[in-house]
Structure formats: C-alpha cells, structure tokens
Design a protein around this ligand. Sequence first.
Ligand code: BGC
Length: 262
Amino acid sequence: MYPELKDKVVIITGASTGLGKAMAIRFGKEKSKIVINYFKKDDPAVEGIIQQINELGGDAIAVQGDVTKEQDVKKLVQEAVSKFGRLDVMINNAGMENEVPSEDLTLDDWNKVIATNLTGAFLGCREAIDYMIANDIKGSVINMSSVHEMIPWPHFVHYAASKGGIKLMSETLALEFAPKGIRVNSIGPGAIDTPINAEKFADPKLKAGVEELIPMGYIGKPEQIAAAAAWLASDEASYVTGITLFADGGMTKYPGFQAGRG
Ligand code: BGC
C-alpha cells in the first residue's frame, strides 16, 4: 500500500470488468478518488464497483464513454476535475481482441481494435497530459500494453500491432514530457484470468497450452496487474518513466529455452 495515493484522482478506462475493475478496486484500497470509465450503456457492474470502493474508503464516480471518441475522452478529464478537483493518474486500459486469421481480417475489425486499443489510449494520454501541464501536476500516465508488444501473435495481428504501437507511443511520450515531471509507462500483462480469456481458459486443453508458455506455471490474477499499476502510480516509482513493466510470470523470457530445452 502507498499512503501517498490517498485522495489522488485516478481515471481508469474500461473499468467495469477485468483488469480495469481490479485496478479500480486496488485504488479504492489506496483510498484514491476514482473515475470509472465504462463503455456499455447502463452496465450493471458499475454500481457494485462504486459501492465496493466506497466501503474500502475510496471515492468513485462512473462515466460512460467510448474511448475512440475524442469528445468522450475530453469529458472524462472534465468530469474528474469537476467532481474531484484535479487529475493525478491516467490509466488507459480499455481494450479488445478477437481471433481472426490475418488473410480474413476485415478492415472494419482492424480499425475497431486499433481505434480502441491504440487511438483510445493516445486520446487519454493527450487529454491527461494537457491537463497536467496546464496545472503543473507531475502526474503518472499508465498504458495497458501486453506481452504482445514484443511477442508476435498469429490470428491477432491487429491486437499485436496495437500493442506494439502502445510501446513506442508510451516511450515517445515519456521522453517528450519527462522535463515536466510527467511519467508515462506501460504495463505488459501476460495471460491473466479475466473475462476476455474466460472462454479459452474454460477449455482445459487450451488452458494447459497457455500454461506451458508461462515459466512460473500459472495464469496470473488481475490483482497482480493492479499491484503493478499502484506501484507505477506511487512515489516509489518516481524515477521510472518509459518502461513496460511486464507482469507475465516470465512469458516474455523465451520459455522454450527453459533448462534442458535449449
Ligand atoms: C491477451 C490474452 C492472452 C495473453 C497472452 C494478452 O495480451 O489479452 O488474451 O492470453 O496476452 O498471450
């Protein structure tokens, strides 16, 4: 736990489920003030998350919005400031993926994934950084990347391209805004037990196939990613910018080369 995160204002996109929800609850434990962005209108999950955060001693509001729409992203920052008075931490987490052999991938599917995962994150970075500069806030921006910012992923070319884009976008912004004291980092989760993976992990054969790719031998928990986000937002990471913090059980470390196999 990081006492300095108490009362910090944190926006998390795509926070009604999965990693976003886990991060919202973690920042609730830190007693932060959280703006929960969610996409699906009237998402019934949102109320429960707000209640949980309140019980933990944090505070939260929910703001519906589509991260691919400039106006919606601007509104997120405006709502954070009008309700909580400032913005300290921006977490661009909203994302999607679907499996399609690349020769069949439609332009529509390509555009949707790039718009949500990459353009949406860019808009979040831009709006948050613009506010932080204007208000002299040495904030922390965190982008949700993936092990697939470095590991190629057949049938997910749009997803892998979006995460590769996140990597250089984050690094470029880190360099650009370091003089202002604004830190920009990414988190690179491996295979985590979230709804996006539920179908895959419900099949024992598919699950075992994924586990083989993880040197630590097990699928990660959303809380293990939320812990990385809390650290990157905290003062303990005050000299850290431009990194991707892989929380992947070693997946990016060439598991095929584990002892006896190289
Ligand atoms: C994807 C998961 C996948 C994991 C490892 C993540 O970025 O969202 O679906 O299991 O990478 O391949």
